[in-house]
Design a protein around this ligand. Sequence first.
Ligand SMILES: *Cc1c(COP(=O)(O)O)cnc(C)c1O
Length: 344
Amino acid sequence: MEKKNIDWSNLTFAYRQTDYRYVSNYKDGKWDDGELTTDATVVLNECAGVLQYSQSCFEGLKAYTTEDGRIVCFRPDLNAERMYNSALRLEMPPFPKDRFVEAVKAVVKADAAWVPPYGSGATLYIRPYMFGSNAVIGVKPADEYQFRILTTPVGPYFKGGAKPVAVKISDFDRAAPHGTGHIKAGLNYAMSLHAIVTAHKEGFNENIYLDPATRTKIEETGGANIIFVDADGNLVVPKSASILPSITRRSLVYIAQNILGLKVDEREVLLSEVEEGKFRECGLCGTAAVISPVGQINDHGKVFEFASGMEEMGPVLKKLYDTLTGIQMGRLEAPEGWICEINV
Ligand SMILES: *Cc1c(COP(=O)(O)O)cnc(C)c1O
């Protein structure tokens, strides 16, 4: 297989159309067999459920070329399961988990020429998504749905290494108690756009959302979970029913406990603890950047800078980052079931 002629190391995090995508349709109470297609367009009725009432959910994962030249995905079974749960919460027919993993493998195999080479810093981003496709005008779930998986090669989320970012405490809320914060629904992102555009205008990279009920506890950012390292070098992970269960975060917790021998405390984290200086390091974690270090948090003009500072990632997060990316790129042995090989 000949790779595409692309300047891999200068790719940004942007959409670029590849050759194949996977499509399956749900109609008359069942999913069809699904297929790969070269058609990148979606044609919908003007009244489609997704267009009127935002009935949609998605996933995000990556394919990597390992040091020894294999193409692999990272824990796609967890994306399958999370999307299954997102669908149930949105009254959509869940796509079978085993078929989800098979479809990811099929589309990556078909787009293997687009998987960036080892060492380029780039990866193939995989975006499964699903939406209500038939006309719905009364407020109710659609009867027909489309499940698709597109791929797009992306550069490293942070050019020139992971520089710490400055984030602000947002006055907007991301997810209500008993709402949809724990599922990967497009609607959660739609309502975060105004907050992120506002934060960017003010010079911040991201928003930290607090729990809407008391506005005292740290939840997460618009698209990444938050982790802290305390003065004893332990990992402290905010816990709340409205935080999206990040696969990166769950993998880092496992690595901390079982590979690096760190203590992990998953609990409610108060904003006041941050301001009292309890934590030495802070990071945002998700598939796109793995870990993005936070150098400072701005709470309405009160600036808190972490001991790790604005120049580089702190030592504990760096160790976690190196271990997880080492596993993903095949340099380190992976825990059972984490690496899904694509047989090209
Ligand atoms: C997708 C997402 C994350 C990151 O999850 P990963 O599985 O690690 O990519 C974190 N927070 C929100 C709100 C998300 O939508």
